[in-house]
Design a protein around this ligand. Structure first.
Ligand SMILES: *Cc1c(COP(=O)(O)O)cnc(C)c1O
Length: 397
């Protein structure tokens, strides 16, 4: 089943026949009998709501749609992407355990694994995720999780999920994939991953009006995360609010249309930039080192995604260009991604600034790098012509 069809087929009606499900505007829920309340705490009363930090009808609706999209048994939504990532890692790892992670990951995730998790005796080896030999060599007796992004931030390296899944199975460890950059385009679970995470803040919600996250996985995993006695989602408390879950579900309904347009526009700009001689990184370009890996694992109709980077040499030029493009109404100088409007930022001095400078260099994150989240522009040729003018005017072209 195609991921967008799986979302579309899930219908919930509102309490009075509304075309959208009713919003559960309650933090706590009544029980008809005291016995049912006891059973619910024991985890033995399926379908009963207890308290909205644990679950709520609105959160379950959104969660089921996201699980359908990713092809997992179920999911748990959270207040942010980091709320999903930290809960999963804290659930999978005990003191003394070890994580093998891609070295090019979201700055917050990197900071968590590098600086925070060690306080609890959880240590991480950071590797080049496209080097499968290095990945396998880093696994130890203590490793419980293999972690990466399907398309990495900000360098757009593509993980070979099928190959990583084979390695994870061989050593009996969990393969955790952050699929934030490539919703619909890549379906990590279908390719063999165990757990799929999203920051809903980005493409999935798509309107830059909230943060949110989700963990998609087996019923067993999600039950563990929600367990009232030792579940990381339940106890760390990054629960999504029901009103937000309802609004994100409505935005999810148009995700397939938006992703096609993001991908179409990004492909158009990437080809034009490259033709003009600008160093351009986009997985849809044949020049991209993992173009074929992306191609072999993608759901074709949604394209190669909305993210691309260009390298204009220096941070000064990058800043000049971004300021001018903003002035010309071509987008916003802002972090984050997945908005209708193009967003651009220089990762080295913003979203990846948690990564020390020497490590940035080693992973190929140069200071003149500009990351684009390409918007839904109706006439992308017009956009390109205006961008070209800006590039000429700051001397990048
Ligand atoms: C933004 C982002 C996150 C963190 O999500 P929040 O919703 O901001 O907590 C994690 N991973 C990736 C790839 C991201 O882009």
């Amino acid at each position: 089943m195609k991921p967008a069809d799986a979302i579309q087929d899930l219908q919930y009606f509102g309490e009075f026949g509304g075309v959208n499900p009713s919003i559960s505007d309650s933090s706590t829920y009544t029980f008809l009998s005291a016995k049912t309340m006891f059973d619910t705490f024991e985890g033995n009363a399926d379908g009963c709501y207890l308290y909205s930090r644990h679950s709520s009808p609105s959160n379950l609706y959104l969660g089921e749609a996201l699980a359908a999209m990713e092809g997992t048994e179920t999911s748990n939504v959270s207040a942010s992407g980091m709320g999903a990532i930290t809960a999963v890692l804290m659930q999978l790892c005990h003191a003394g355990n070890h994580v093998v992670s891609s070295r090019t990951i979201y700055g917050g995730t990197y900071a968590f694994l590098k600086n925070f998790a060690p306080k609890f005796g959880i240590n991480t080896s950071f590797v080049d995720i496209t080097d499968l030999e290095a990945v396998e060599k880093s696994i130890t007796q203590k490793t419980t999780a293999l972690y990466c992004e399907s398309v990495s931030n900000p360098l757009l390296e593509v993980a070979d999920i099928r190959a990583l899944a084979k390695i994870a199975k061989k050593y009996n460890i969990q393969l955790v994939i952050d699929n934030t950059f490539s919703p619909l385009s890549i379906s990590p679970k279908i390719l063999g991953a165990d757990i799929v995470i999203h920051s809903l803040t980005k493409f999935i919600n798509g309107s830059s009006d909230t943060i949110g996250g989700v963990v998609c996985g087996s019923q067993e995993l999600i039950d563990c995360l929600r367990n009232v006695n030792d579940g990381a989602a339940m106890l760390l408390g990054a629960s999504m609010d029901s009103l937000r879950a309802a609004s994100i579900l409505k935005n999810l309904r148009t995700l397939h249309i938006r992703m096609k347009q993001h991908s179409h526009n990004a492909m158009y700009l990437a080809e034009k930039f490259e033709y003009e001689g600008i160093k351009t990184v986009y997985p849809g370009l044949k020049s991209h080192p993992s173009h074929n890996v992306f191609k072999q694992q993608m759901n074709k109709e949604y394209g190669f995604g909305g993210m691309l980077t260009i390298d204009v040499g220096t941070l000064i030029k990058a800043n000049e260009l971004m300021e001018l493009m903003q002035k010309q109404n071509l987008g916003y100088l802002a972090v984050s991604l997945g908005f209708y409007k193009t967003l651009f930022s220089a990762p080295g001095s913003s979203t990846s600034s948690e990564i020390p400078e020497d490590e940035q260099k080693e992973m190929g994150l140069s200071e003149g790098l500009i990351r684009f989240s390409v918007g839904l522009d109706n006439d992308i040729e017009r956009t390109f012509q205006s961008m070209k003018k800006c590039m000429k005017s700051v001397g990048v072209l």
